[in-house]
Design a protein around this ligand. Structure first.
Ligand SMILES: Nc1nc2c(ncn2[C@@H]2O[C@H](COP(=O)(O)OP(=O)(O)OP(=O)(O)O)[C@@H](O)[C@H]2O)c(=O)[nH]1
Ligand SMILES: [Mg+2]
Length: 496
């Protein structure tokens, strides 16, 4: 069967209604309601884009417990899949878990389970089955044939959320590239949706109740997608070049960068707002932020650094997506310090830390300095936070700062810690310091490298490499006022 010609199978809908399917009267009537609404929707206009999930209302989700994973692991991952689907606008009506020694080649789960799934889907009037793991194109196709309904996986859900939320040109291009790369090997199955995207239904009645597009149409689609992929790659290279230019401008201005990274919904944007008075969208939703935001952060010692906020990570983040977002994430790659934000009130906090480290490793950003921040301590149990802090100290050799972006608790500590972890820049100064201010000469010795020191009749002639803070205190006696031209508006350059 080609395409999601769902209405080919009206029988599946009628199959179990009113029989001993085990559903409550309420569940049955909701299933009936969904069917009615969907009929209306299917009549409606074709939608734009590859928006597969937006067409899903009610999903059955499937997790597999492989050796080495506890059932709690599987449930936690399914909780997250449910949250992802919720973000994408779909409701989960049932979850199915199977224990397996190894995934089945043809259908991932076992044959008996597939039959069960088919019945569940029909009984609930669900319009999709979503697997928590990535399926191969062949598995997906086989499952669709047997379950008689659309079969999706976690990857496409995440891709769809990203597609819904991306706002910048670069973000949109990155997501589209990842989507098309995912789609290309699955074209046989996705033909219908694509033909619609191309502007109308394919000749031959590929729409409701029709057959999928023929081979020729598939070839056309495939070539068109490949051309589009090539174009997106070129565009992304251009965007990356622009980004590089900005980064090297910042380099020239010797601005240092701290990047907020962390699991989605950890509170990165909230912290950026709290630390810099920014006004970035904060939502109790996964992937609220997709586009990087850059803000100036004044440190206690008078230095200004740049703080960046970017897309959050999640377990099993599709590889294509990480690849596509590499240039956005480059900000973290080149940062002087990674500020890794953790939702300390989340029961899965530790596995989130691990997942974030995995993604950082994948993009090659795991080498630099990292400051762990345990956020949301206002809503977490203090004993739990303490225990978590102790465990990360022992296991990761991290010295976390405890904060609440909401109440502001710990924020001063965090700023101080960032200042300590980001090495002060040194600048070369030359000065004539009067004998009355020998304390400043002593300061130069303490906080930097004195290159030359000579005693003349007016005072001490000094050449030294100092951190900016110390240098600023010598300002009245500098031979050249290096602070006269401080950059002022670089934080607006990526403006939002
Ligand atoms: N109680 C409490 N809630 C917080 C705190 N910080 C953030 N939140 C809430 O956590 C949710 C996510 O916050 P965001 O700042 O959007 O998180 P994020 O890490 O930027 O999330 P993404 O951009 O989706 O990756 C929001 O509902 C915030 O109000 C905190 O310190 N305490
Ligand atoms: Mg955010």
């Amino acid at each position: 069967m080609d395409g999601y010609a769902l209405d080919d199978e009206p029988a599946a809908d009628d199959l179990l209604l009113g029989d001993g399917s085990g559903l409550s009267a309420e569940q049955l009537s909701r299933a009936e309601e969904r069917r009615r609404r969907r009929d209306v929707i299917e009549e409606g206009a074709p939608r734009e884009g590859v928006d597969i999930i937006r067409r899903v209302e009610a999903a059955v989700i499937v997790g597999v417990q492989l050796p080495g994973r506890t059932s709690a692991d599987v449930e936690a991952s399914l909780d997250e899949l449910e949250a992802l689907l919720d973000t994408a606008g779909a409701e989960v009506v049932e979850r199915v878990v199977q224990r397996l020694d190894t995934p089945q080649a043809a259908t991932y789960i076992g044959g008996g389970k597939v039959g069960e799934l088919r019945e569940l889907v029909a009984a609930h009037g669900a319009d999709a089955v979503v697997f928590d793991d990535e399926l191969s194109p062949a598995q997906q196709r086989t499952l669709e044939e047997r379950v008689k309904q659309k079969v999706l996986d976690r990857t496409i859900v995440i891709l769809d959320i990203f597609a819904q939320h991306a706002t910048s040109r670069e973000g949109k291009a990155q997501v589209e590239l990842a989507q098309l790369n995912y789609l290309l090997p699955r074209l046989r199955g996705w033909g219908t949706a694509l033909s619609r995207q191309a502007g109308g239904r394919t000749a031959g009645g590929a729409g409701i109740g029709g057959r999928g597009p023929g081979e020729t149409q598939l070839e056309v689609d495939r070539r068109r997608i490949m051309r589009r992929i090539a174009k997106l790659r070129r565009d992304l290279k251009d965007y990356a070049r622009i980004r590089e230019t900005k980064a090297s401008e910042r380099e020239r201005n010797r601005v240092q960068v701290a990047a907020l990274v962390g699991y989605t919904n950890a509170g990165k944007s909230s912290l950026l707002n709290r630390l810099t008075g920014a006004d970035v969208l904060v939502e109790n939703r996964l992937f609220a932020t997709l586009d990087p935001t850059v803000r100036r952060l004044p440190l206690d010692d008078g230095r200004d650094i740049v703080l960046t906020d970017t897309v959050g990570f999640v377990r099993k983040l599709p590889h294509g997506l990480v690849e596509a977002f590499k240039s956005t994430l480059e900000e973290s790659l080149t940062a002087d310090l990674l500020v890794h934000v953790v939702d300390a009130s989340h029961p899965e906090a530790e596995s989130h830390i691990v997942a974030v480290h995995e993604v950082l490793e994948e993009i090659g950003a795991d080498a630099g300095a990292e400051q762990l921040v345990l956020n949301k301590i206002d809503r977490a149990d203090p004993a739990t936070v303490e225990a978590l802090a102790r465990r990360v100290q022992v296991e990761l050799d991290a010295d976390p700062v405890l904060v609440s972006a909401h109440t502001g608790e710990g924020i001063e500590d965090l700023v101080e810690r960032i200042g300590l972890r980001i090495p002060g820049q040194r600048i070369r100064i030359s000065a004539h310091v009067p004998y009355a201010r020998q304390d400043l000469v002593a300061l130069a010795h303490r906080s930097g490298q004195v290159v030359k020191e000579a005693h003349g009749d007016k005072g001490t002639e000094l050449v030294a490499d100092l951190d900016v803070r110390a240098a600023r205190r010598l300002r009245p006696y500098l031979d050249v006022d290096v602070f006269a031209e401080e950059p002022e508006d670089w934080e607006r350059e990526t403006g939002t």
